[in-house]
Design a protein around this ligand. Structure first.
Ligand code: GDP
Ligand code: MN
Length: 378
């Protein structure tokens, strides 16, 4: 789960990293008093779990409390990369001398944590990393050793950061390890014109496996990406990931679903989601899965791809038939049943003779049919 900036900022402060004073409001009317308490001039910042807010117009300066109200009204309700802004943080403005980037991330390929640091932080860090990788230091951190003062100094030096940033690097490692995080990032970490080192923006991704002891962050724990369909699916216990395409996919077993995505893509259409109904393809699971997929407006056809094993195809077909009683099928459904009791399963669906349900016996053929239906062919 990603935290909001104001939550990340709280963790930084808890671990001794200096941050500007700030307050969060969810209505413009509260911005006036908040700005007054912060000294009048403020920076108004959209609170959404996505980067690049500055470039999207979600970070703006306001010269006085009146301007803070107007700016908060502009930013609240804004859509930033599909995320609706429901609250803004008002922060004391800072006179920036230099902007740095510092962070730690779990590198699964390397099997360890990496410190990532750059003396060229700020809003263009992605471009810096892409065009001049040498300007971004990537240093493995042995999790058993952790980041000692000496190690922090070494990371700062490798990234050409001033030595005053070393205590921040050390404290940030504490945030990562003590708060169950997989990623912590400060961008920008700044040196102010009066020589202070401050964390101006932060990102923290917590390990979902630790959700049971991270309840202080609220009900959001089931909503890792803020996508409403993913949240609805998670609430029903479904293993669902929303994708960008138009063919809804349901399969049993993660491996089969992954190859189904590939075959649909090979047919020239794009998968709209990943949904693994696992071994227990009951009517309930099938109905829940169809409901979630059909409520995605970009879905134009649905492909159910099942290889019967311990759960036989006739049980899956029964599940589909029962689901058809509770779900209003608005898009064509292409079903491919193979494996254990496939013939019986197909007969059950043939008997039901639902006008929106088609059966194709091969995976390639069914994927092609679903792709054509989604793309408007026949
Ligand atoms: P992001 O675009 O989502 O990463 O949002 P940030 O919080 O990093 O803000 C974007 C940029 O706004 C930062 O890189 C800073 O350059 C600038 N910024 C944010 N707060 C302040 C501030 O208090 N003073 C100044 N001068 N610039 C700020
Ligand atoms: Mn930033």
């Amino acid at each position: 789960m990603d935290l909001y900036e104001h939550q990340a900022r709280q963790l930084f402060a808890d671990h001794g990293i200096a941050v500007p004073d700030a307050e969060v409001v969810d209505h413009p009317s509260a911005a006036h008093a908040a700005a007054e308490r912060l000294g009048g001039r403020v920076v108004v910042k959209a609170q959404v779990k996505v980067g690049g807010r500055g470039k999207a117009g979600g970070v703006k300066a306001a010269a006085d409390p009146g301007a803070a109200v107007i700016t908060a009204r502009q930013i609240l309700g804004m859509d930033i990369k599909g995320h609706r802004v429901r609250s803004v943080m008002l922060a004391q403005p800072v006179a920036i001398e230099e902007e740095f980037y510092v962070g730690y991330v779990l590198d699964r390929t390397a099997g360890t944590f990496l410190a990532i640091a750059s003396a060229e932080g700020g809003m263009d860090i992605e471009e810096v990393a892409a065009t001049r990788p040498d300007a971004v230091a990537r240093i493995p951190v042995d999790p058993a050793e952790g980041v000692t003062a000496a190690e922090a100094a070494r990371i700062a030096e490798a990234a050409s950061l001033p030595p005053e940033t070393a205590p921040v690097l050390q404290a940030l490692w504490q945030v990562l390890t003590e708060e169950d995080a997989l990623l912590v990032e400060v961008n920008p970490l700044v040196r102010t014109t009066d020589g202070r080192i401050l964390a101006l923006d932060g990102k923290v991704t917590l390990d979902d496996n630790a959700a049971f002891r991270q309840s202080r962050w609220g009900a959001d724990t089931t909503d890792p990406h803020g996508d409403p369909l993913e949240a609805a699916a998670a609430a029903k216990g479904l293993n669902y990931v929303k994708l960008d395409g138009e063919v809804g996919i349901i399969g049993n077993g993660a491996g089969l679903v992954m190859s189904t995505l590939d075959v649909v893509a090979g047919c020239g259409a794009r998968p709209a989601n990943f949904l693994d109904i696992g071994g227990g393809a009951s009517a309930r699971v099938m109905a829940d899965g169809l409901t979630v997929i059909l409520s995605d407006p970009s879905v134009r056809s649905v492909f159910v791809n099942v290889f019967g094993g311990i759960t036989a195809c006739d049980a899956v077909a029964d599940g589909i038939v029962q689901a058809l009683d509770s779900v209003h099928l608005t898009k064509p459904l292409v079903v491919r049943l193979d494996g254990n009791n496939a013939a019986r399963g197909r007969a059950i669906l043939d008997d039901r003779a639902h006008p929106m349900v088609q059966q194709v016996t091969t995976m390639d053929g069914a994927a092609d049919r679903a792709a054509r239906l989604a793309l408007g062919g026949h």
